[in-house]
Structure formats: C-alpha cells, structure tokens
Ligand binder design. Structure first.
Ligand SMILES: [Zn+2]
Length: 139
C-alpha cells in the first residue's frame, strides 16, 4: 500500500502480481465465510510464501497459484477448524466442503462434487452464498 518509490527500478513482476492476487482471492472467500481470524490469515501468508518458492521454480505456473493457495488453506483449516468452505448449494443436511477445480490450472472455481455444480469462482464465494435463499441464477 505505502511502498512509495524506494525501488524506482523494481516494477511489480507478474509473479508478485499472481501471488498478491491469489492472496486477495482466498482472503475474500475467507471473509465471506467469516473465518478470517488472525491465525487463518497467517495460514494464507504461509501458503503464499511456499507458493512463491514454487512459482519461482516454475514461472509458467503463475496462473495456478490462486487455486493452490486456496487448497493449502483448505487443508490447513481442516486440521484446525474443520471443513471450509461449506457447500451453500446442498443445504445443511450433510455438510461438506467445496473443492477447487481445476486442482492445478488457471481460473480456479469452487465446485460441489456432490451436486456436480460449479458454485463460484475463487474470490466470489460471498456472492454465491449470499444469505438470500433460493435460486442459483445470477446472470
Ligand atoms: Zn454440495
């Protein structure tokens, strides 16, 4: 935010942009699920650090980082808190988590494998699970 022009010759690389974007998307979904506690945010940071290393080895994977960070955070949350994000499509009968798809690819989406539907793009979970009940049509 406040990084002025200390490094005038150091433009933000696509890699940094990808990492920054991944972090923002996952945080947006965590906020919408009201699980953005301080230690959850640090899980995201931790994942971003690891994925930075990963994407430095394989710059072509920059587009995949968001989906990977989401899955890292999912795993970390599962150990600490439980399933996240809960599927907003199937109701409360049998709570289950959404999956990131593709696991390794660009443009990650949250999908419910049980209902076989795409629920939301990563970062847009808040819109998809808005409290307003009913239809899933938001064209
Ligand atoms: Zn479901």
């Amino acid at each position: 935010m406040s990084t002025g022009s200390d490094h005038g010759s150091d433009p933000v690389s696509p890699l940094e942009q990808a990492l920054h974007g991944a972090r923002a998307l996952v945080l947006a979904d965590l906020v919408s699920g009201e699980v953005a506690e301080a230690d959850v945010v640090s899980m995201v940071e931790e994942s971003v650090v690891q994925r930075r290393w990963w994407v430095e080895q394989w710059p072509d994977g920059a587009a995949y980082v968001a989906g990977l960070v989401a899955q890292d955070v999912q795993d970390a949350l599962l150990e600490r808190y439980g399933r996240w994000p809960l599927c907003p499509v199937c109701g409360a009968d049998d709570p289950h988590a959404l999956d990131v798809e593709p696991e390794l690819g660009p443009d990650p989406q949250w999908v419910c494998h049980k209902a076989g539907v795409r629920v939301a793009a990563l970062g847009a979970l808040g819109e998809a699970s808005g409290r307003s009940s009913g239809g899933a049509s938001a064209t």
